[in-house]
Design a protein around this ligand. Sequence first.
Ligand code: SAM
Length: 339
Amino acid sequence: MNDIFGRPLRNLRLSVTDRCNLRCQYCMPEDDYVWLPREDVLHFEEIAALVDVFLSLGIDKIRLTGGEPLLRRDVPALVRMITAKPGLKDLALTTNGVLLADQADALKSAGLGRITVSLDTLHPDRFVKLTRFNQLEAVHAGIAAAHRVFGRLKVDTVVIRGVNDDELIPLIEYARSVDGEIRFIEYMDVGGASRWSPDRVVSRRQMLDALARHYGEVVPIAEAGSSAPAERFALADGTTFGIISSTTSPFCSTCDRSRLTADGMWYLCLYATGGIDLRAPLRQGASPDELKALIAGGWRARADRGAEERLALGERRAFVPVQDLLKKDPHLEMHTRGG
Ligand code: SAM
C-alpha cells in the first residue's frame, strides 16, 4: 500500500512510553514536562491488536522506542507478543542503554532481533552536562551486555557543534571496540529541540571531511533500494559507519516510516503537527477491518515530506519555538513521538 508519492507503508516506530530517565539537551532541555495521562497509555494487548492491523497492511519492520522504552514495565513481554506474529521480518529497539544491562538477556530470550544504543559522548563530565544524569557507566555496561547477548549492535550519536563534534574519531574507535556500527545523526530541529539553531548543526559534509582528514579515503557503500535513514560509509581498514543527514540532505522521498505514540496517536512524519487517533476507535470497539480502513486511508492520503519542507525554509529556527505550545500538546515532542 503506497502513499501519494508512492512510498510504501513498511516501517513502524512504536513508542511504549513518553517518560525518559535522561534529559538530553537536544531532546528534553526543559525543567518540566506534561506527560501523557496514564489511563491513555495503551496496554500491551491494545498495542498487539494494532500491530496485527499494521502487519495486515504491509508493515514488516517494527522498532520499539520512546521516551526510554526500557522504563516501561516488562518490555520483554511485549516483545514476546509481537515476535509471535507472522509476517514480521525485523523487531528492533532503540534505548539510551541506562537500564539495558539488566534487561538484555530477557529481551533476547523474548525474541528481540536488534538493538541500537544512543550514546553521544565518551567523557563522563560531558555526559552529565548533556543528559543531566551521571549514567555513562551504566550505558557502557548496557552496551557490553548488548554486545554479549546480541553480537553486533548500532550506536547512535547526535553530533552538536561545540558539544561533541570533537569526538567523531574516538566514537568510531569506541564503536569498533564493542563490535558496533556508529551512526552520526545531524542535530534535527524536531519538536522538543527548543535549543536548536542552524550554527549548532554539523552537516554530513563536515563530518565526512573531518573523518577523511584523519582516516584518508571514506568510501560510500552502495545499498540499492534501501529506505534506511543512514547512508553508510567504509574506511580503508573496512570499518563501517553511517550518517543520518535529515537536516541538510533529507530522505523524505524514500521514507516508509510512521510512528505510533504510547497513547495510540499515529503520526505519518516526524514533523507532522497532527496525527490520527487510533486509541479512541480501538477502545470504542472498532473491528480490525474498521481500523484497517482508517490506517489505509491515512497512509494513502500521506503527502508529508517534513524534513524537505524544513530544508526549503530560508531561515530556520526551532520547529516548535513556543514552550506554551509544547506544553499544550506533548505529542509534538520528539520524546513522545518516538525518535
Ligand atoms: N530513549 C531512547 C534513546 O535514547 O535512544 C529512544 C528515544 S530517543 C527520542 C531516539 C533517538 O532520537 C535518539 O537516538 C536520540 O538521540 C534522537 N534524537 C532526539 N532528539 C534529537 C534531535 N534533536 N536531533 C537528532 N536526533 C535526536
